[in-house]
Design a protein. Structure first.
Lengths: 439, 439
């Protein structure tokens, strides 16, 4: 089917702008045909654009024959343009409809569509991911990413006001950033390299110059991503601050979460309504529980965790029931944390590392860093890592390394907390590319 | 040497806050020892922090003995904390100095340092990159990245106000995003994959849902990066817009550049002074030259380029002399552009692709995209690419693909334009990791 050119047509209004106050005014709207309802004498189109929906009403007896002909040929999800006159109409969504004088068809959609984005019953996840860009046209799905956008704006503006500078650290690296979890190998010209799993070492080095830095971007973890909480490619929000301790950056973190919740609540009313989710803006300071306190709580619930071991998911799920909001876990055993986390001076068995939890989800992890080169070398060896392969990082400790602290926050997990969405694949634009490479 | 703990000490003021108006007030400042000058009876320290420098003055006869002892042990680039009293002092930088009551040494610096960051003569690039985090402590280097931060803030706030939504597209992909330039192979579990060289195909798909999207983040190009303009890992600023043409997104681009220049000029006065660079905020619309006009200009300069071929660097350098500011190059030959750039309807030999130039540097490249599936398949074949390997992208054209356009902008090149820095390695935090992997 031949489509029309856009020519000189440009949108004058979004669907959300079309209300009774525009009664009688000519408008040009662009979007996709979400629904077609035929009542014999009248044909209703629901046009969807990024801001919402508007009703287009075509009266068979009055409508221009060209418009009528085009309207007959329309199918769901065609992209079209409408030039028409707004008419006040109580029954229509938004209290107004558009009576078209001209219509242009810009793009067709192959029928039948793999999924009905207007249907109440959601298609199976695999069907949805096979046609993800169509699936994303569901208003609820769009709402998720507008919430993410608002959260990012709030987080960046908060961090900038706090004097943090945005940085970009390398993704293609020579050796493990942190040791521990697996890395993806990359063929860098004739050399083997790896994809960075975090900006950890680089951001620690950069506090030597900029004192307060943050980075938001993709990082990579070669863990089979089949859980509902892990992604092999994920967006991390990281900060690092000089002359600061864990407690200092925990304050930054809880203030950031508070501001993000406040701004998202204020700017995403329509989105949260679509998602049927209410954000309760958390008061600061957040609750703080020590690792030992949590082990006792779990003991009472008949879950025994040997001291020093990490807390398994089922135990976290239970903690989420006991503490159904944001809370910090502090005083982790040193051996359960990464080599760069500072052991406490009064008791080296316990670290100055912390996690920020939202119910059962670990949102963020951070702590005071070791800033003594000797101690760092010792900790590397204790964790079976070779100081030699970290020599370029260790070199930075010869340039006046001050005390410092920081944390990393998983963006997708934050969006889950902000939207109430429980499957992480729903808060990632192209999860298939993360879980499996191709649809 | 044993260092001191930070304990309860926290910074009360940055160096830039210390002025005559604080005369007599006690302050706590943190930073690095940039200079030590000994005048017998008096020892001057210049303390540097992220916001500037402040003078610490120690009078041998009056100073506390502990402070005196510590001051004797100081070396350049040690990180220290000072509790002291501000004293008005016309000769001191900022019109005030600090008389210390207490001093703490947080981190030592190995002497001799590989480079003198206060010296007028800059060290050789290799020496600088071997000790990059020390090199970055030079105020001029810090200024570059604060300009970048201000530019990013200006760009994001402009795009958000224009209704663009921030997105994150996959970096690990199955097949070439654009064909053409080389890709880095990644071992994705048991499969071969590649690093994305741009968000091109994904951002085009996402306009089906969000209409106006932008992304700022790292992308990868396996080109030996030995020129002064290319990076194998680079930060790209991309936008894509539905129901828009090249001319529409060129307006977005020139407005963005205008706003970035305005905000950077307004917010980075100190930084631009340090860099001895003056930004002339460009008026919009920018000059537009067609490919044919440029070929004629070059012909007059005795440089002959056969019609249809790309413009080589020496020719661009000459154009930069003829047009010493921001300008667009339009009407590129279709065969010189990527497969997704739309040929003109009236003359398919010429495309709706454009470049934004700053002098001789190509800052950005974009155009109207092909939105007809049939034409796209035809163009893929013409460029020797297999439509089969693009089938997941082509699938999106079955969901009502509207006319759309967009562009990609290289952040490092923009920062070169904003700072007047001529070597791209100076505007990247860790260029060594891009040019060669290890120092």
């Amino acid at each position: 089917m031949k489509t029309d050119k856009m020519g000189e047509w440009r949108r004058t209004h979004y669907s959300s702008d079309v209300g009774p106050e525009l009664d009688g005014k000519e408008v040009t709207v662009f979007g996709w045909v979400q629904e077609i309802r035929d009542l014999g004498g009248i044909r209703f189109l629901i046009l969807q654009d990024k801001n919402g929906k508007v009703q287009i009403t075509i009266h068979r007896d009055k409508a221009d024959s060209k418009v009528l002909k085009k309207a007959e040929s329309l199918q769901r999800q065609y992209s079209i343009g409408i030039k028409g006159v707004v008419r006040k109409m109580g029954k229509a969504p938004g209290g107004a409809e558009i009576i078209p004088n001209e219509m242009r068809i810009f793009g067709v959609a192959k029928q039948p569509l793999p999924l009905d984005i207007t249907g109440r019953t959601r298609a199976d996840i695999d069907v949805r991911l096979d046609a993800r860009v169509l699936d994303l046209r569901r208003e609820e799905n769009q709402a998720i990413f507008r919430v993410q956008h608002a959260a990012l704006e709030a987080a960046r503006s908060f961090l900038s006001k706090q004097g943090f500078m945005e940085v970009f650290t390398p993704r293609i690296i020579v050796s493990a950033t942190e040791g521990g979890s697996a890395l993806f190998p990359v063929a860098y010209f004739k050399r083997e390299a790896f994809l960075a799993q975090s900006p950890q070492l680089y951001k620690e080095q950069l506090i030597l110059d900029f004192e307060k830095v943050f980075e938001i971007g993709p990082f990579f973890r070669a863990e089979e991503s089949h859980t509902r909480r892990h992604l092999s490619e994920f967006i991390s929000l990281d900060i690092e601050e000089a002359f600061a301790t864990a407690e200092d950056v925990m304050k930054v973190l809880e203030e950031l979460i508070h501001n993000v919740c406040k701004d998202v609540t204020g700017n995403c009313g329509r989105e949260l309504k679509l998602l049927k989710h209410k954000i309760e803006v958390p008061k600061t300071p957040f609750k703080r529980f020590t690792y030992d306190e949590v082990l006792e709580e779990l003991e009472e619930e008949k879950i025994h965790i040997p001291w020093g071991e990490d807390i398994p998911t089922p135990a976290f799920r239970l903690l989420g029931k006991l503490h159904p909001y944001y809370y910090f876990l502090t005083d982790w055993p040193t051996k359960a944390k990464a080599f760069y986390i500072k052991p406490r001076d009064d008791n080296p068995e316990i670290s100055e590392g912390f996690d920020l939890m939202w119910r059962w989800v670990e949102l963020s992890s951070g702590g005071t860093r070791i800033h003594s080169k000797d101690l760092l070398v010792k900790r590397l060896s204790e964790q079976g890592l070779s100081p030699e392969s970290f020599k370029h990082h260790l070199q930075a400790f010869d340039y006046g390394m001050p005390p410092h602290a920081g944390w990393g926050l998983g963006l997708a997990r934050l969006v889950m907390a902000l939207t109430g969405i429980r499957n992480i694949r729903d808060v990632v634009l192209f999860p298939r590319d993360r879980f499996r490479l191709t649809p």
